[in-house]
Design a protein around this ligand. Structure first.
Ligand code: GLN
Length: 197
């Protein structure tokens, strides 16, 4: 199996946890890979996949633009966005700030701070197509609409909590919660997509 390069955007948010969880997921799957912390444009070259962590979507946007990564990020073929990362991938954002932009890669509408402020963060057991586990929601966004090319991975009542989109040779995955804090299953799933290219 070919060695792959997995990038984790390393400006802000819980990128360290994503790096650790990606390492564990690679080990569990016995895949060989380089995990690259991405803060400069050159690190985006030759990536087979990119993880955009949670944090704060407008701050992440500002840092990506300022450091010249923004346009090149749109060309990465496999991207997994958690929480703020999911906001960055969405085509439409509700309650965005005045100059907020996204990469507009995924056919979802997302409500930025739908569950309220930091104080409204919570943890709960959820069911997903990949397995059940405790999911951590931190100032979480809510996916309010999905296009017909979106496949749902986790849904509670009427709320989509995780979904994916395959677009020819491009693949995007998002979750509103933070799997990197409690499980490796989402990272394993994303890695399997990358390694089966
Ligand atoms: N709601 C936050 C935002 O607008 C995201 C929170 C998170 O990533 N945990 O970016």
């Amino acid at each position: 199996m070919k060695l792959k390069n997995i990038g984790v955007l390393g400006f802000q948010g819980d990128f360290v946890e994503h790096i650790e969880t990606t390492k564990k997921a690679l080990n569990k799957l016995s895949f060989e890979g380089n995990i690259i912390m991405v803060k400069t444009k050159d690190k985006l070259q030759n990536l087979d996949g990119l993880i955009i962590p949670g944090g704060e979507s407008t701050t992440l946007q500002t840092l990506c633009i300022k450091n010249g990564l923004w346009e090149d990020m749109k060309r990465i073929k496999y991207i997994y966005g958690t929480c703020a990362g999911a906001i960055l991938l969405a085509k439409k954002v509700l309650h965005k700030t005045k100059n907020q932009q996204t990469l507009e890669l995924m056919d979802i509408e997302i409500d930025r701070n739908a569950y309220g402020g930091q104080i409204s963060s919570f943890e709960k057991k959820i069911k997903t197509k990949l397995g059940n586990f405790d999911a951590v929601f931190i100032r979480s966004p809510r996916i309010t609409k999905t296009g017909k090319n979106i496949v749902i991975i986790a849904k509670e009542r009427n709320e989509v909590l995780a979904c994916e989109q395959r677009d020819k040779d491009k693949y995007y995955l998002v979750s509103c919660f933070h799997p990197e804090l409690t499980t490796t299953i989402f990272h394993e799933y994303f890695l399997k997509k990358i390694y089966s290219q």
